[in-house]
Design a protein around this ligand. Structure first.
Ligand code: HEM
Length: 416
């Protein structure tokens, strides 16, 4: 076995604004010089090569059950604040190992089949046109694409799936953002535990009430299927049902918002690629895959070592936190020829943006469809759309998701 010497002089600081705007140069150094990197400031391992990221996600060396350990290490006051949050998050599919993971995933699977997503297409298209009509009718050319389009589209799709009235958008967004500061690993937020607790409390009470109402007046649909699974005895507990609604709402919107934002940004930054897409609209599918690879919404996934194990000569100890750097893996030249080239015609594109292994994203088909429709229609309705030369994009200050908080755009509605 080749033992890599640890490179001492690489400092990976995800909160450095230069790294936030463009993390890829430091990923390249890490991949080459210290692919299994210990970060003293993050107290975590940083894994950056494609083959390691893929193999770790497929192996049982790492576990997703990281919350209990985190919770046990908290100060008593923080632990009390977070009791409910940790209770619900521990019931999320994304934080469970088999056999519970297998049981719950089986119940959810049928809502995200190819057929189910096909049936959702007219709804996605209707929501997209509604939002674009609103932009068209607005009295300004300068907008923030995130808050005025990319946020609502996936949120409305998921709210419709969960049978949540659309006028709940603002409330759900606030609660979800409160939880996101905790889950997404955002920094610079001193009160993040209290915010997460508040968001979780509001969200769980809301879904508990909604479930009660729907159970009184049964309808068809995804939420009703979940309620029936609960009522069929040992398939889904009441708390699992509530936790699953929160997970679907949460998982289903921010990531897709970032896909739409990152796709728009990349196509506007690379006009040659946009031109290719306009000349050959069928390239939209490979264009979406290339956005997912080149600068996708999954910067990193978080795991905890299930047992002591060795990787490239470094010993990862049971319980240590591991950041599996998906966006770095997606730029590994060992897997992707000309990896730093944004090429919407790329054919072999086995990116890891939807994860790998048993936790592979359940909503990948839905996300791809939303991304496709959003980008096709946005550029069709506003063919002269441009980046705002005065206000640059503002990136999220977070280690797990990757996207822009604000994406200032000029619609150029009236330009011939
Ligand atoms: C571009 C958009 C999206 C991206 C990049 C994305 C990415 C991911 C990734 C990387 C995972 C695996 C997490 C891990 O291994 O720790 C995941 C899991 C999951 N995603 Fe997505 N996702 C997206 C959209 C969606 C949508 C639209 C939904 C549903 C409506 C969804 C539902 C889920 C669920 C339920 C899981 C948990 C699966 C499990 O643990 O078995 N995702 N997603």
């Amino acid at each position: 076995m080749v033992v890599m010497p640890a490179s001492k002089d690489i400092i990976y600081d995800p909160s450095d604004p230069m790294v936030m705007a463009d993390p890829f140069p430091i990923y390249s150094r890490l991949r080459e010089e210290d692919p299994v990197h210990w970060s003293p400031s993050l107290k975590s391992w940083i894994i950056t090569r494609y083959v390691d990221v893929r193999d770790l996600l497929l192996s049982d060396d790492l576990s997703v059950k990281r919350l209990t350990q985190f919770y046990n290490a908290l100060q008593p006051a923080d632990a009390e604040t977070l009791t409910d949050v940790v209770h619900y998050l521990n019931l999320w599919l994304a934080f469970r190992d088999p056999p519970d993971h297998t049981r719950v995933r089986k119940i959810l699977r049928h809502a995200f089949t190819t057929k189910a997503i096909e049936n959702m297409q007219p709804n996605i298209a209707e929501i997209t046109e509604f939002l674009l009509d609103r932009l068209e009718a607005g009295n300004t050319n300068n907008i923030d694409l995130i808050s005025e389009f990319a946020l609502q589209l996936p949120a409305f799709v998921i709210m419709d799936l969960l049978d949540v009235p659309r006028d709940m958008f603002d409330d759900l967004k606030t609660w979800s953002d409160d939880m996101a500061v905790f889950i997404g690993g955002a920094r610079n937020s001193g009160d993040k535990y209290a915010r997460a607790a508040h968001g979780c409390q509001q969200m769980s009470s809301y879904f508990r009430e909604l479930i009660k109402e729907r159970a009184k007046e049964p309808r068809t649909g995804f939420l009703m299927d979940l309620i029936n699974a609960r009522d069929e005895g040992d398939k889904l507990s009441e708390d699992e049902l509530v936790a699953t609604c929160i997970l679907i709402l949460f998982a289903g919107h921010e990531t897709t918002t970032n896909l739409i934002g990152n796709a728009t940004l990349l196509l506007l930054r690379y006009p040659d690629q946009l031109l290719k897409l306009k000349q050959e609209p069928a390239l939209i599918h490979s264009a979406i895959e290339e956005v997912l690879r080149y600068d996708g919404p999954t910067n990193a996934l978080v795991r905890v070592a299930a047992h002591d194990h060795e990787l490239r000569g470094r010993v990862i100890k049971e319980g240590q936190r591991v950041f599996v750097m998906v966006n770095s893996a997606n730029r590994d030249p060992q897997e992707f020829p000309d990896a730093d080239h944004f090429d919407i015609t790329r054919k072999q594109n086995r990116h890891l943006t939807f994860g790998k292994g048993i936790h592979l994203c359940l909503g990948a088909k839905l996300a791809r469809e939303e991304g496709r429709i959003a980008i096709e229609r946005l550029f069709a309705r506003f063919p002269k759309i441009a980046l705002d030369p005065i206000s640059p994009p503002e990136w999220l200050d977070a280690m797990v998701p990757r996207g822009t908080r604000r994406l200032p755009i000029i619609l150029n509605k009236n330009k011939a």
